[in-house]
Design a protein around this ligand. Structure first.
Ligand SMILES: [Zn+2]
Length: 287
């Protein structure tokens, strides 16, 4: 069964650990993340970007696949199926398709419009028992054409959005998507601290979890981050393991071309990455 992310994140914030959001791209990805969460008795959030949703043949296909797997694999840990960086329209579509959690990223709108749209979605999500993530202060990265440090959110704007009744809040604190540049300035803990002072119990979300040093992750958790998004890191480990398999010529040996064999090393690599992250975030045994 899919659950809202509210309960797992409230518990995480209280007990000072973070739940990982691992973005999924296909069947192998989804199976790898779900099985690892179950093996380690950790709550988990499956992230689906609008692009990945389209790639996987639409949100209803994703819901069908995830629900089917939870059932067939006997997954009993809490699993939230969450739209990542949703548009207003995308959020509505996912709610209709059966997602248990959505992110509305209105950070590119003027704050008044971000508030108006977030407010409307809060009402819908509350009615249906879904969790809603909002964002303040755009998170940079290659996909936005931003190079260097990410934006830093205004803590007062964070407070305004938090007060609308969202479940969790993503705030830019110098984090970015994708690989971090060598001259990256690091996370702005002063900003994070100021945001937490104003938003209190609200679980905070750290995007761009790939490549942030472990000590910064731990410090961020101590300052109120209770959800951390991981996407690129699983892609990198999947690609590296698949490359190794092919470069060693294993696809040319026997039935090595069988997709179930060809994709197995990448599958195992995703599992390993998810495990490392769950260890770092402290979510193991917290289901
Ligand atoms: Zn993000």
């Amino acid at each position: 069964m899919l659950v809202s992310a509210k309960e797992m994140l409230t518990k995480a914030k209280k007990e000072k650990y973070a739940v990982g959001q691992f973005n999924i791209n296909n069947l192998e990805w989804t199976k790898a993340v779900l099985l690892t969460a179950q093996e380690l008795n950790s709550p988990v959030i499956l992230g689906v970007s609008e692009g990945a949703g389209k790639y996987m043949c639409g949100y209803t296909t994703v819901v069908g696949m995830v629900k089917g797997m939870i059932n067939e694999l006997g997954i009993t840990v809490p699993v939230a199926l969450h739209l990542d960086h949703g548009s207003y329209e995308g959020a509505k579509k996912c709610i209709e398709a059966g997602f248990s959690s959505v992110m509305f990223d209105g950070s590119h709108y003027p704050i008044e419009e971000n508030i108006a749209k977030t407010k409307e979605l809060v009402e819908t999500c509350n009615k249906l028992g879904l969790s809603l993530e909002a964002e303040v202060g755009a998170i940079g990265g290659e996909e936005d054409g931003v190079i260097g440090g990410g934006e830093v959110a205004d803590p007062k704007e964070c407070k305004m959005i938090a007060d609308l009744g969202v479940t969790m809040l993503a705030a830019g604190i110098g984090n970015i998507h994708g690989k971090y540049p060598e001259n990256w300035a690091g996370l702005s803990f002063d900003t994070l601290d100021a945001i937490q002072q104003l938003t209190g119990e609200m679980p905070l979300v750290l995007h761009g979890g790939t490549g942030i040093p472990a000590d910064m992750i731990k410090k961020a958790i101590s300052l109120g981050v209770s959800k951390i998004n991981v996407n690129t890191e699983c892609q990198l480990s999947f690609a590296a393991a698949t490359r190794k398999y092919v470069e060693e010529g294993k696809d040319l040996q026997g039935k090595g071309f069988d997709p179930r064999k060809l994709l197995a090393p990448g599958f195992d690599a995703i599992k390993e990455t998810v495990k490392e992250k769950m260890e770092l975030f402290g979510s193991i045994g917290k289901a």
